[in-house]
Design a protein around this ligand. Structure first.
Ligand SMILES: NC(=O)c1ccc[n+]([C@@H]2O[C@H](COP(=O)([O-])OP(=O)(O)OC[C@H]3O[C@@H](n4cnc5c(N)ncnc54)[C@H](OP(=O)(O)O)[C@@H]3O)[C@@H](O)[C@H]2O)c1
Length: 320
């Protein structure tokens, strides 16, 4: 731990969200003077004036920007315009307001969805601009990627200390299990748990199962973000990942076994697979700020399932 956090006020946008709550814990462990997590009811970050008011009211030294409109493949297909515009506006306003306020450090959290559809695996940060993202998540991915351009331009012209991190797909306790917004792991866990409870003899899963994903436990991601906030100050974007790739087909079998669902898995091949493969090269994060993911996937998945079983109402409450 360095003296970076001492006497500092840290403001986390989206600090009440899935990743936000984990980042709050990781930052609080470092004992800064204050940690603030205003909600969207306090300040709607799509409005420039409200972002400025948030910084005027709290005068943070560090802003970690996590607030976003986020969802799985279903939400991306149903609400691409919201996912594009809300994320573009929030990120743009936060970067511009922190630049004007001379905030000592601004951390922008992007997404692996910004990578081109057919990125060579493992995804290296240098591949970000080599093509267009997979169609279902392009509006979200492009809106987030615009903030990388903005912070690099601000750094070049004004010397703003802002960094850009790209976590791979996250999972863990506290995730969203509402079908309107859930990502693949919570969606599959809910399907299997529901099937066990109702005695269903099969579940239906979107796509062919041939796509692959990489998963990062939410507390590992939060630790990576805290480490980068403290130690990294450069214009280059940085992946946060584990270097482990899992076919969706294997993931479904693993979740079904852990949940105790022994029925048939039917693939709905009329639904999209999303990006064909995902695994990031995590070496820049290791070199630049010493980040290594620690939680074994099997352990993290078990904790996620246990949390869901114990918190059904809370887990399924949040849609949009
Ligand atoms: N989940 C993943 O797999 C994943 C992977 C890579 C990157 N990320 C990135 O990580 C960040 C957090 O994602 P998450 O999964 O934790 O999302 P989440 O649980 O949906 O949380 C989103 C947060 O954003 C806030 N928010 C939404 N609209 C807002 C607005 N108009 N004004 C102010 N705040 C607003 C929400 O606040 P209220 O609850 O107060 O409305 C909520 O706390 C996002 O930037 C996302 O792109 C997520």
């Amino acid at each position: 731990m360095t003296g970076f956090w001492a006497e500092r006020t840290v403001l986390i946008t989206g600090g009440g969200g899935f990743l936000g709550r984990a980042v709050r814990r990781a930052v609080e462990r470092r004992d800064p003077a204050r940690v603030l997590c205003p909600s969207s009811a306090d300040y709607d970050l799509r409005e420039a004036a409200q972002v400025t008011a948030m910084l005027d009211d709290h005068r943070p030294d560090v802003v970690i920007h996590l607030a976003a409109r986020v969802g799985g493949i279903g939400a991306n297909l149903e609400r691409p315009a919201d996912l594009y515009l809300d994320n573009l506006l929030m990120g743009t306003h936060v970067l511009e307001a922190t630049r004007r306020a001379d905030t000592a450090k601004t951390v922008i959290v992007g997404t692996i969805c910004s990578y081109p559809k057919f990125t060579p695996v493992p995804f290296e940060e240098s591949s970000l601009w080599q093509g267009y993202p997979e169609e279902t998540n392009a509006p979200y991915g492009i809106a987030k990627l615009a903030q990388l351009v903005q912070l690099q331009a601000n750094r070049a012209q004004y010397g703003q200390s802002a960094i850009y991190l790209m976590p791979t797909n996250l999972y863990g306790p506290g995730d969203k299990f509402h079908p309107a917004v859930s990502h693949v792991i919570p969606a599959l866990v809910k399907k299997c748990v529901d099937a066990v409870e109702s005695g269903a003899d099969h579940i239906e899963v979107w796509g062919t199962g041939s796509a692959s994903r990489e998963f990062l436990y939410v507390d590992d991601a939060a630790e990576g973000i805290a480490l980068a906030t403290e130690r990294y100050d450069d214009a280059d974007p940085v992946n946060l990942g584990t270097d482990e790739e899992r076919p969706i087909r294997d993931l479904v079998v693993m979740i079904a076994e852990m949940v105790g669902f022994a029925g048939e898995i039917r693939w709905d091949t009329t639904r999209p697979d999303g990006q064909p493969r995902r695994r990031v090269d995590p070496s820049r994060a290791r070199r630049a700020f010493g980040f290594e993911a620690e939680v074994r996937f099997e352990d993290g998945l078990r904790r996620t399932i246990d949390w869901y079983r114990g918190h059904r109402d809370e887990a399924e409450a949040r849609a949009y």
